[in-house]
Ligand binder design. Structure first.
Ligand code: ADE
Length: 436
């Protein structure tokens, strides 16, 4: 295998064939982080306990391309304990926790990931494909895309199925399916209710503010906080910013989403208007060029700009560079750009996911549900395959029964009880004659 020259980026482990991480000596620190996450992920740990006995994935290889965090480590080790041989890469250059990656490598996971891996990002993905995986697990569709474009034989004749974690990835996946270019079935895990109604809203809301605070340490109260996009993720960010005392402004392209935001108490305006008054800007749209040159040109001195969408295309950084006379890193993940007239604009985390680049991503408690869904999606793929089913090649929804299962287990683990309908109530809601 050709190994790129990593000397400039840090020390790499000697066993590059099995893994490639920044510093294997960080394994002890990473293990503590994983232990902490495990203690907050009871649904996934319950699945681990159950399936480590039956090992449904024995004999099968899973390649994953998803942020290497302490929560992802709990998913990876659960898949491994359920019998899978696991190969993994990060899905964003700035989201790998190097200590977690080291702990996984030490445990025998074939992991190819390190923080600030811009240059060899796809090299890492391809090392996981070298293993000829039977299942793929994506966040953003880069693994699926690489397999489909460069390893067609594997995609067509070897891979059983896959899953996709995020909204942007599901959009990409549906576009591929619509173009007749999807070669194996993929579960849209993002679209499970117990994923996107929780992870996208409460996870993104909290972790995005966490990232902004860690990168800047600014006071949020009293600031004009502009969120671009009021979907699940954007609404979570705006909700939390409001709770911290910010004057919240949202920008939207959907009239329905804008109206919902207005009734939540946020101001609604275009980005052209918001650019003039905002103190902090956060993009959460999944669309490119949300903040461009004319917006930077009208911003106030000291404006802070960041993104929490999957890709780094929402803020046009080339535009910012083109109108800046100088720039410097003023704090980790905080770059100061000085415009010709002396105004300063602060770009966080190179316009990449602020919550993972500058903080630790979503809290374990929400990732518990997202990753329980991931595990169950893969379990379903392998069980359907083993039963001889010819799984249709399409983007598949998570069945409502799985959502119900994840939600009720989560409630049970928190010792929360809910009511049940009586026989009489069931009769009532099913009776078309029951009226005034
Ligand atoms: N995406 C957002 N937060 C995450 C986390 N903590 N782990 C993995 N993926 C994430």
């Amino acid at each position: 295998m050709t190994i790129p020259n990593k000397k400039a980026q840090g020390t790499f482990a000697e066993k590059v064939g099995d893994y490639c991480v920044k510093d294997i000596s960080l394994a002890k620190e990473g293990r503590l982080l994983i232990d902490w996450a495990e203690s907050r992920m009871p649904v996934l740990m319950g699945l681990r306990e159950k399936y480590s006995k039956t090992k449904p994935f024995a004999g099968y290889k899973i390649a994953g391309c998803l942020h290497v965090t302490k929560e992802t480590a709990v998913l990876i080790e659960t898949l491994a304990e359920a019998g899978a041989e696991v190969y993994w890469s990060g899905c964003n250059p700035l989201s790998t926790n190097d200590a977690v990656a080291a702990a996984l490598a030490e445990k025998g996971i074939h992991i190819f990931a390190w923080y600030a891996n811009h240059e060899d990002f796809y090299w890492c993905i391809e090392r996981t494909i070298d293993a000829k995986p039977h299942l793929t697990l994506d966040d953003g569709c880069d693994l699926i895309d690489t397999v489909h474009e460069k390893y067609k034989e594997l995609a067509n004749n070897h891979i059983i199925g896959g899953s996709e974690e995020t909204t942007t990835g599901v959009h990409r996946l549906r576009a591929r399916a619509a173009a007749g270019q999807l070669f194996y079935p993929v579960y849209a895990v993002n679209d499970a209710e117990t994923k996107w109604d929780f992870d996208n809203v409460y996870g993104t809301g909290q972790s995005t503010l966490d990232g902004i605070i860690r990168a800047t340490s600014v006071l949020l109260a009293g600031k004009n906080f502009v969120t671009a996009g009021h979907g699940h993720c954007g609404s979570g960010v705006a909700k939390r910013a409001k709770a911290m005392g910010s004057n919240t402004i949202i920008t939207e392209i959907s009239a329905v989403a804008a109206l919902k935001g207005w009734l939540e108490g946020h101001e609604v305006m275009t980005m052209d208007e918001a650019a003039k008054v905002g103190d902090i800007f956060c993009t959460a749209t999944g669309v490119k060029d949300i903040i461009v040159k004319r917006h930077f040109e009208s911003m106030k001195d000291g404006a802070i700009v960041c993104n929490t969408g999957h890709y780094d295309s929402e803020i046009n950084i080339d535009d910012l560079k083109s109108i800046s006379k100088s720039n410097r890193t003023i704090r980790p993940n905080c770059e100061e750009y000085v415009l010709a007239d002396g105004r300063r604009i602060y770009l966080l985390a190179e316009g990449r996911l602020i919550n993972l680049a500058a903080a630790e991503g979503h809290p374990s408690e929400v990732m518990d549900m997202s990753f329980a869904n991931q595990f169950m999606a893969h379990l379903s793929l392998i069980e359907r395959y083993k039963s001889g089913e010819n799984i249709p090649i399409e983007v598949m929804e998570i069945p409502p029964s799985q959502d119900e299962n994840v939600a009720s287990t989560k409630l049970e683990m928190m010792n929360l009880k809910i009511d049940a309908l009586t026989e009489e109530q069931i009769r009532y809601i099913n009776d078309y004659n029951a009226g005034t």
